[in-house]
Write a protein that binds this ligand. Structure first.
Ligand SMILES: [Zn+2]
Ligand SMILES: [Zn+2]
Ligand SMILES: [Zn+2]
Length: 333
């Protein structure tokens, strides 16, 4: 599986150490060969090393081999393919060694930046802050050695603030040398469920587990995991907003329900038989001796369909006193 995994930033401590020691060995080997070459030239040629075409060509070959050779475990293996292509083109185009060295230095600086400032999936929030600050410092005139010691100091502070469990996990990660180990670290980090997992988190972990099972390269999984985490955060915000909307809708619904209840109550109120005597308005009894006291003519008209409502009286007294005026108002024609 290792071959499938493209080397990716951030580096583990073990990877950074391996890169540094290989780089040191490579550099001293190249320097040794260059020294031998110039000595050979000095003892065999009369033109002087810088003007000797034969040995200048050999020197170019030494640089070319050192810069473009297969680079497993070296910092160049973390760089995009374009970098090696660029160098090959420069050698083919007979660019000066100074120019080529300049290109290498530029890429090396970018490599240092990427290794110091790229977020890892399991980064502690403080570790992220350190990386952001380091990236900021790189934009200033701060010397590289100051940035290096800033990072070392802050990382030590952070490490001592971690729980022993976290320290153990960090040590385990720091030790992993191969992309394969880093892959399994990421897998463990991404796919192990936590007691605090939301249903969405559980879904995401299932999705990530599938990616790992399908051996999707680390460099492709990393952005997916990071995007999912960011989305989950904004989803939580959306959910919060939706809940607020829901609460508002619920409140509106309750208000509408209350209004409906009120109008129902009013209708029921209206259904109460009110005495039709002018100026009375008493509620008529529905049971008892005074129930169903009403105007006979209105009854008849209502039965014929000519009237909508009966006319009720609250008491025999009201009926007696007001029958006359009722008749003259409603039945005089
Ligand atoms: Zn020579
Ligand atoms: Zn009547
Ligand atoms: Zn009455």
């Amino acid at each position: 599986m290792t071959a499938d995994i493209q080397p990716t930033y951030p580096l583990t401590k073990a990877q950074a150490e391996e890169i540094a020691s290989l780089h040191e060995a490579d550099t001293s080997e190249l320097e040794g060969r260059l020294k031998d070459l110039s000595e050979t030239c000095q003892s065999n040629c009369t033109t002087g090393f810088s003007k000797c075409t034969t040995h200048q060509n050999e020197m170019r070959k030494l640089y070319q081999t050192a810069y473009t050779a297969a680079s497993s475990g070296r910092w160049t293996s973390y760089r995009p393919e374009e970098y090696t292509q660029d160098l090959k083109k420069m050698f083919d185009a007979q660019a000066s060694i100074e120019k080529i060295n300049g290109r290498v230095r530029k890429e090396k600086l970018q490599h240092i930046k990427d290794s110091q400032c790229t977020f890892g999936p399991g980064d502690h929030p403080t570790a992220k802050k350190i990386k952001m600050r380091a990236a900021e410092l790189r934009g200033t005139a701060t010397p590289q050695s100051d940035i290096d010691s800033y990072i070392t100091e802050e990382e030590e502070k952070l490490l001592s603030a971690l729980t022993s469990e976290e320290q153990e996990a960090q040590a385990e990660y720091d030790k992993s040398k191969s992309e394969d180990e880093k892959y399994s670290y990421l897998r463990t980090y991404a796919c192990t469920s936590q007691p605090t997992d939301t249903p969405r988190d559980i879904e995401l972990r299932q999705k990530w587990t599938k990616l790992f099972e399908n051996k999707v390269p680390y460099s492709e999984i990393l952005p997916v995991v990071e995007k999912d985490i960011a989305d989950a955060k904004s989803n939580a915000q959306i959910l919060e907003n939706r809940l607020a909307d829901l609460r508002n809708a619920q409140a509106a619904n309750n208000k509408a329900k209350a209004a409906k209840e009120e109008s129902k109550r009013k209708q029921a109120d209206d259904a109460i038989r009110r005495c039709c005597s002018e100026g009375c308005g008493n509620v008529c009894e529905l049971n008892g001796p005074n129930a169903d006291l009403g105007c006979e003519r209105c009854f008849a008209l209502k039965e014929e369909g000519a009237l909508q409502d009966y006319s009720w009286f609250c008491s025999p007294e009201c009926a007696k006193t007001n029958a006359g005026s009722h008749n003259s108002r409603f039945h005089s024609a």
